[in-house]
Design a protein around this ligand. Sequence first.
Ligand code: M6R
Length: 364
Amino acid sequence: DKGGYKHFMAKEIAEQPTVIAEAISSYLPAGSDSVQLPGETIDFASIDRLTMVACGTAYYACLTAKYWFEQLARLPVEVDVASEFRYREPPIPARTLALFVSQSGETADTLAALRYCRDKADKILSVVNVPESSIARESDLALPIHAGVEVGVASTKAFTCQLSVLLMLALKAACDRGMLSPTAMADHAAALRGLPSALNAALDQNDTVRAAAQKLSEARDVLFLGRGLMYPLALEGALKLKEISYIHAEAYASGELKHGPIALIDQQMPVVVLAPRDALFDKTVSNMQEVMARKGKVMLISDADGLSEARDGVWSTIQMPHVHPSLTPILYAIPAQLLAYHTAVAKGTDVDQPRNLAKSVTVE
Ligand code: M6R
């Protein structure tokens, strides 16, 4: 049931404030500022290393979480795509926690990677949407993401629910490892509880994003740029656009621009820049100016402060509310998803069932 929406994807994008609120309240119960895991708990103080493995969008959720675990919990993290990890057969040092992220819980490569880690890692943890799935069953501890059934082949609400659960796990790791004071943890908890209303404000930008997508739908290639937490989100934005609009899209870490991709920039090339006004903003803006100096068309997604500082010469802007810096990947996922969605609608492609793709990849 599409619940009045034209596509499941539109419905699933709109559901995010609700399902994320559920995910948050199940790991951060009302009245408490400490993260609680269902079932047996994990003590991150006894872990020296985290290895995260997944495919596609779930892999980008892991790449985002690497920034959180490293910055908040000072825990070294390795992230890999399951198809590489399983055949590379990497050594797994003692005191490693292996973490697998999968919406379906049935992705063949991710499951094989989990089985490879079975007798090698200290613990096998998974972050899944389907609690009775193979990956959930074969884990020591499976953490549900509470997204509800996701029908659209292009993952949306599962991605942001994965991010929310991974952020709360990183916060727990930070507390376990003595890296986060109770006051700082309380700040994070309050920010998380305010996230659903910020997500609603982002959804309110739907008409602006639709107009921006109209322009994007004429492009042959699109580049996405981001730094820090916005880099994995740039990868996700490019994947979403490719999957459903069939426009060739690539993402780079902004700092990589001058190491090659800048050669692609001309007046035909839209460049989507994901840049909240954070500590890395000025650096991204200077990359953006390099693009504009070569007549590239910049679509800047930022908050009011960022836009007022850097909108000169920009082709198109999308304004996001201001949130705690840790939450930006979850919030900025909304315009990235809406941009892909409206571009696909403008092009008339099959949004929910894109060609050549399956919802669950159970063969390698
Ligand atoms: O079910 P999983 O999360 O393991 O699926 C992983 C990928 O196949 C999936 O995220 C895929 O990339 C989606 N089509 C992305 O929109």
